[in-house]
Design a protein around this ligand. Sequence first.
Ligand SMILES: NC(=O)c1ccc[n+]([C@@H]2O[C@H](COP(=O)([O-])OP(=O)(O)OC[C@H]3O[C@@H](n4cnc5c(N)ncnc54)[C@H](O)[C@@H]3O)[C@@H](O)[C@H]2O)c1
Ligand SMILES: O=C(O)C(=O)C[C@@H](O)[C@H](O)[C@H](O)COP(=O)(O)O
Ligand SMILES: [Zn+2]
Length: 361
Amino acid sequence: MRKLTVSLGERSYAILIGRGLLDQGALIAEVVRAPRVAIVTNETVAPLYLSRLEGALSAQGIESRAIVLPDGEAFKNLDTLNTIFDGLLRGLCDRSTTVIALGGGVIGDMAGFAAATYQRGVDFVQIPTTLLAQVDSSVGGKTAVNHPLGKNMIGAFHQPRRVIADTDTLSTLPDRELRAGLAEVIKYGLIRDADFFDWLEAHMDGLLGRDPTLLSEAIERSCANKAKIVAEDETERGVRALLNLGHTFGHAIEAGLGYGEWLHGEAVGAGMVMAARLSQGLGYLSSEQCERAVALIADAGLPVTGPALGADRYLALMAHDKKVEAGRLRLVLLRDIGDAEIFADVPADQIRAAIAQCCVA
Ligand SMILES: NC(=O)c1ccc[n+]([C@@H]2O[C@H](COP(=O)([O-])OP(=O)(O)OC[C@H]3O[C@@H](n4cnc5c(N)ncnc54)[C@H](O)[C@@H]3O)[C@@H](O)[C@H]2O)c1
Ligand SMILES: O=C(O)C(=O)C[C@@H](O)[C@H](O)[C@H](O)COP(=O)(O)O
Ligand SMILES: [Zn+2]
């Protein structure tokens, strides 16, 4: 088992990465206030992993109540959040209850937001079961639900007490979901870790072939990058915004198509291509490095073109981005592989050109 730490003073927590961790109830028992937990999961993950987790908890004398939600990004909304609150209240969960998120990023974001707000805040533990959740969403405390007008618009920062990533759970993950997770992995290489980007270029085939050693290394290096950024800037006043590379475009794709048609990672993949092409168009990024970025995203089996929503629609949706300040759009762009920066006042005609270049009619 590998252990990383997100250093946030008294709220510091461990990210544990390894095989078979789901069966080690002691890893959860160490961080719960009382022997009562509520497990939030979904209809796909529950039949695969819920009873194993319940058994591991029960062996530690921990009583658990399961709240099983419908599966999908389309359900990441306030209605489903209410279903979680109903379950917590019916189960007489109190302030000593720990909420456990068992699933991908959708479950993690919703369970985390429920934990942030239930009785004004209870503890939660992340048990991510997708690659995307193990490399990104389970770490850092961003929790939220979507609004029809924008992604993750209603949420809170609420850090987990622990992240437990059992890499064995990836064996049941569909290939499309594995590829979606690789988008966020590539993101770390692009924004701050050129060595990791080189490593990904060399090992993309093995990662797609699910080599367990390579997957573990990719998870660990991704989490190490994210842990450092979150420790430096927990609430996104500065450097944390770089984790949004490709997301201003990607979130527009997700909202514009109606949540769920494109996976988050797919939208981020196409969004990072748009950001790279825009960076090149503005003269910040060389064409050679831009093509390397696009090639790795393509090699991961991710889309490198976006849906043809029309530049006006993209820009209207992008106006809801959380990085907008006083009506000014701010975008994460690339100076080089491993070097990103946030830019305000990018001319709208250049943004339109990059979108047009990356969309197929
Ligand atoms: N909070 C953050 O920092 C952060 C970061 C990145 C993404 N996100 C959010 O995360 C979400 C995307 O997460 P995701 O890609 O994990 O999607 P997801 O949660 O929808 O999971 C993808 C699919 O895989 C299924 N699944 C989960 N684990 C499985 C397993 N082990 N075996 C088989 N099937 C499994 C799920 O039921 C679902 O159908 C988006 O809503 C995105 O906005 C949040
Ligand atoms: O942790 C972060 O910070 C991120 O930006 C990670 C992103 O991958 C993630 O998709 C996040 O939810 C997007 O943030 P948002 O604030 O634009 O919703
Ligand atoms: Zn993301």
